[in-house]
Design a protein around this ligand. Structure first.
Ligand code: SME
Length: 175
Protein backbone atom coordinates (compact mmCIF):
# COMPACT_ATOMS: atom_id res chain seq x y z
CA UNK A 1 0.00 0.00 0.00
CA UNK A 2 1.27 3.52 -0.72
CA UNK A 3 1.61 5.58 2.44
CA UNK A 4 -1.12 8.11 1.59
CA UNK A 5 -3.73 5.35 1.61
CA UNK A 6 -3.14 4.89 5.34
CA UNK A 7 -5.08 8.10 5.95
CA UNK A 8 -8.01 7.15 3.73
CA UNK A 9 -10.94 6.04 5.88
CA UNK A 10 -14.12 4.52 4.49
CA UNK A 11 -17.30 6.39 5.36
CA UNK A 12 -19.98 4.65 7.38
CA UNK A 13 -17.62 3.14 9.98
CA UNK A 14 -18.29 3.58 13.70
CA UNK A 15 -16.03 5.83 15.73
CA UNK A 16 -14.58 2.81 17.57
CA UNK A 17 -13.74 1.13 14.23
CA UNK A 18 -12.18 4.29 12.84
CA UNK A 19 -9.97 4.69 15.93
CA UNK A 20 -9.03 0.99 15.72
CA UNK A 21 -7.85 1.67 12.16
CA UNK A 22 -5.85 4.69 13.34
CA UNK A 23 -4.12 2.49 15.90
CA UNK A 24 -3.37 -0.25 13.38
CA UNK A 25 -1.94 2.21 10.82
CA UNK A 26 0.02 4.02 13.55
CA UNK A 27 1.65 0.77 14.66
CA UNK A 28 2.63 0.08 11.04
CA UNK A 29 4.02 3.57 10.45
CA UNK A 30 5.93 3.69 13.75
CA UNK A 31 7.54 0.28 13.15
CA UNK A 32 11.27 1.00 12.70
CA UNK A 33 10.78 4.76 13.23
CA UNK A 34 11.27 6.42 16.64
CA UNK A 35 11.69 10.07 15.62
CA UNK A 36 8.95 12.12 17.29
CA UNK A 37 8.64 14.74 14.52
CA UNK A 38 8.07 11.98 12.01
CA UNK A 39 5.61 9.97 14.10
CA UNK A 40 3.59 12.90 15.46
CA UNK A 41 3.30 14.29 11.92
CA UNK A 42 1.82 11.07 10.61
CA UNK A 43 -0.37 10.69 13.71
CA UNK A 44 -1.86 14.17 13.21
CA UNK A 45 -2.72 13.29 9.62
CA UNK A 46 -4.27 9.93 10.56
CA UNK A 47 -6.38 11.48 13.34
CA UNK A 48 -7.53 14.43 11.24
CA UNK A 49 -8.65 12.28 8.32
CA UNK A 50 -10.13 9.62 10.60
CA UNK A 51 -12.31 12.17 12.41
CA UNK A 52 -13.36 13.78 9.13
CA UNK A 53 -14.60 10.41 7.83
CA UNK A 54 -17.17 10.37 10.66
CA UNK A 55 -20.46 12.26 10.88
CA UNK A 56 -20.90 15.46 12.87
CA UNK A 57 -19.58 16.50 15.34
CA UNK A 58 -16.31 14.61 14.60
CA UNK A 59 -16.29 15.89 11.00
CA UNK A 60 -16.27 19.45 12.39
CA UNK A 61 -12.76 18.99 13.84
CA UNK A 62 -10.87 22.15 12.82
CA UNK A 63 -7.49 21.61 14.50
CA UNK A 64 -5.70 18.39 15.33
CA UNK A 65 -2.13 18.07 16.48
CA UNK A 66 0.49 18.16 19.18
CA UNK A 67 2.41 20.39 21.54
CA UNK A 68 5.71 19.08 22.90
CA UNK A 69 7.69 19.87 26.04
CA UNK A 70 10.03 22.80 25.32
CA UNK A 71 13.48 21.22 25.86
CA UNK A 72 15.12 24.53 26.83
CA UNK A 73 12.72 25.69 29.57
CA UNK A 74 11.08 22.35 30.51
CA UNK A 75 8.19 24.48 31.79
CA UNK A 76 6.21 25.28 28.66
CA UNK A 77 4.78 23.53 25.63
CA UNK A 78 5.97 24.26 22.09
CA UNK A 79 3.83 23.88 18.98
CA UNK A 80 4.42 20.53 17.28
CA UNK A 81 3.12 18.82 14.13
CA UNK A 82 -0.55 19.55 13.36
CA UNK A 83 -3.33 19.89 10.78
CA UNK A 84 -5.31 23.13 10.75
CA UNK A 85 -4.76 26.87 10.95
CA UNK A 86 -1.62 28.53 12.34
CA UNK A 87 -1.63 28.26 16.17
CA UNK A 88 -0.01 29.67 19.35
CA UNK A 89 3.67 28.73 19.47
CA UNK A 90 4.12 28.39 23.23
CA UNK A 91 1.79 27.54 26.13
CA UNK A 92 2.96 27.64 29.75
CA UNK A 93 2.29 24.67 32.03
CA UNK A 94 -0.98 25.38 33.86
CA UNK A 95 -2.24 27.77 31.14
CA UNK A 96 -5.25 27.05 28.94
CA UNK A 97 -6.62 23.59 28.25
CA UNK A 98 -3.27 22.29 26.98
CA UNK A 99 -1.24 23.64 29.89
CA UNK A 100 -3.80 22.26 32.37
CA UNK A 101 -3.56 18.77 30.84
CA UNK A 102 0.25 19.02 30.99
CA UNK A 103 0.38 20.30 34.59
CA UNK A 104 -2.15 17.79 35.94
CA UNK A 105 -1.19 14.84 33.68
CA UNK A 106 -4.90 14.27 33.03
CA UNK A 107 -7.10 14.37 29.95
CA UNK A 108 -9.20 17.53 29.63
CA UNK A 109 -12.52 16.91 27.86
CA UNK A 110 -14.03 20.35 27.33
CA UNK A 111 -17.58 20.39 25.98
CA UNK A 112 -17.69 24.20 25.73
CA UNK A 113 -14.41 26.10 25.56
CA UNK A 114 -16.14 29.34 26.66
CA UNK A 115 -16.87 27.65 29.99
CA UNK A 116 -13.21 26.67 30.58
CA UNK A 117 -11.46 29.38 32.65
CA UNK A 118 -8.32 30.54 30.83
CA UNK A 119 -9.03 28.76 27.56
CA UNK A 120 -6.63 30.04 24.89
CA UNK A 121 -8.49 30.80 21.65
CA UNK A 122 -5.96 30.10 18.90
CA UNK A 123 -8.74 29.58 16.35
CA UNK A 124 -11.97 31.50 16.98
CA UNK A 125 -13.93 28.71 15.29
CA UNK A 126 -13.15 26.21 18.08
CA UNK A 127 -16.12 25.46 20.35
CA UNK A 128 -15.04 22.26 22.12
CA UNK A 129 -11.69 20.59 22.72
CA UNK A 130 -9.95 17.49 24.04
CA UNK A 131 -6.37 17.42 25.29
CA UNK A 132 -4.59 14.20 26.26
CA UNK A 133 -1.14 14.12 27.88
CA UNK A 134 1.59 11.85 26.51
CA UNK A 135 3.56 10.63 29.52
CA UNK A 136 6.98 9.00 29.34
CA UNK A 137 8.84 7.95 32.49
CA UNK A 138 6.36 9.86 34.67
CA UNK A 139 6.93 13.13 32.75
CA UNK A 140 4.67 14.87 30.21
CA UNK A 141 6.66 14.93 26.96
CA UNK A 142 3.84 16.12 24.68
CA UNK A 143 0.08 16.51 24.49
CA UNK A 144 -2.52 15.61 21.84
CA UNK A 145 -4.85 18.58 21.19
CA UNK A 146 -8.00 18.34 19.05
CA UNK A 147 -10.48 21.19 18.56
CA UNK A 148 -14.00 20.97 17.15
CA UNK A 149 -16.07 23.77 15.61
CA UNK A 150 -19.18 22.32 17.30
CA UNK A 151 -20.09 22.22 20.99
CA UNK A 152 -19.80 18.83 22.69
CA UNK A 153 -17.52 17.50 19.95
CA UNK A 154 -15.90 14.75 22.01
CA UNK A 155 -17.05 11.97 24.33
CA UNK A 156 -15.68 9.11 26.43
CA UNK A 157 -14.99 7.04 23.27
CA UNK A 158 -12.67 9.79 22.01
CA UNK A 159 -11.02 10.00 25.45
CA UNK A 160 -10.41 6.23 25.65
CA UNK A 161 -9.09 5.95 22.09
CA UNK A 162 -6.86 9.02 22.34
CA UNK A 163 -5.41 7.83 25.66
CA UNK A 164 -4.53 4.52 23.95
CA UNK A 165 -2.89 6.43 21.08
CA UNK A 166 -1.02 8.62 23.60
CA UNK A 167 0.33 5.47 25.30
CA UNK A 168 1.42 4.06 21.92
CA UNK A 169 3.22 7.33 21.08
CA UNK A 170 4.95 7.33 24.47
CA UNK A 171 6.34 3.85 23.87
CA UNK A 172 7.11 4.40 20.15
CA UNK A 173 8.94 7.75 20.11
CA UNK A 174 12.18 9.19 21.45
CA UNK A 175 11.34 12.67 22.72
N1 SME B 1 -7.10 26.00 23.06
C1 SME B 1 -5.79 25.60 23.54
C2 SME B 1 -4.69 26.29 22.79
C3 SME B 1 -4.17 25.54 21.62
S1 SME B 1 -5.14 25.65 20.28
O1 SME B 1 -6.46 25.10 20.56
C4 SME B 1 -4.47 24.86 18.98
C5 SME B 1 -5.69 25.85 25.03
O2 SME B 1 -6.58 26.47 25.63
O3 SME B 1 -4.69 25.43 25.61
Amino acid sequence: MVHAEASTFASGLTKKNVYAQVLEHSRGLFDGQRNWVCNLSNASSLLYHALHSLPSPSSAVNWCGFYVLDPTTQSQLLLGPFQGHVACQTIGFGRGVCGTAAATQTTQLVKDVEAFPGHIACDGASKSEIVVPIIQGGKVVAIIDIDCAELDGFDEDDKDALETIAALLAESCDF
